[in-house]
Design a protein. Structure first.
Length: 197
């Protein structure tokens, strides 16, 4: 897989590509000064802290191969769905800001922020309709604090929704989301006493 020039260390979690949880990947470029934070022993020149879970490592490698083989087709399909979300949300939901560059972006991810809405209320309302979405940036998704990443980008950090499509996401899923979202947003704004938008 291509990596950016000048890299020193790469990390990944196998569950992100459909592999088993608990398996990670650490690649240290040759010539990079690095010291293992784990206790050392005689295995692998002191680079690993004990015996590896070999079946899980093999499963992680196999799933990475499968995902890589299908990556271009999935990226193209999901990118078209994200384009649809970006365009329709901007056109059909008043006072919304779609975040990020329309071209230079991940193919499966879209973020938008809705004015006059509490992000947690929006997430709960979407969850009740069967939509599993997140709020903020991925590095703050487990907290209630506004995303420092979004704030640094100069975009709204409240009323924020991050939609991450997966290989099983369908056009019908996206269409249902786009059909229901404007009403959900309008209902939440009405509950908050914000009308006439």
């Amino acid at each position: 897989m291509p990596v950016p020039p000048g890299w020193s260390v790469l990390t990944a979690s196998a569950r992100k590509w459909g592999g088993p949880p608990g398996v990670g990947l650490l690649v240290v470029r040759k010539g990079t000064r690095w010291e293992s934070p784990w206790p050392t022993d005689e295995r692998e020149s002191g680079r690993t802290p004990g015996t590896l879970n070999l079946p899980a490592v093999v499963a992680a490698a196999a799933s990475l191969r499968a995902v890589t083989a299908d990556a271009a087709a999935q990226a193209s399909r999901l990118s078209a769905l994200v384009d649809r979300i970006r365009a329709r949300v901007a056109a059909e939901v008043p006072d919304v800001e779609v975040v990020g560059d329309p071209e230079r972006r991940l193919p499966h991810l879209v973020t938008f922020s809705c004015l006059y809405i509490d992000g947690e209320a929006l997430l709960h309302a979407l969850d009740r309709r069967g939509f599993a979405v997140s709020s903020g940036s991925s590095c703050t998704s487990s907290t209630l604090r506004p995303s420092h990443v979004l704030e640094a980008m100069g975009v709204l950090s409240h009323g924020n929704v991050r939609v991450s499509l997966h290989p099983g996401s369908t056009e019908a899923d996206v269409e249902r989301f786009l059909t229901e979202l404007p009403g959900i947003v309008a209902d939440l704004r009405e509950q908050a006493g914000v009308t006439g938008l």
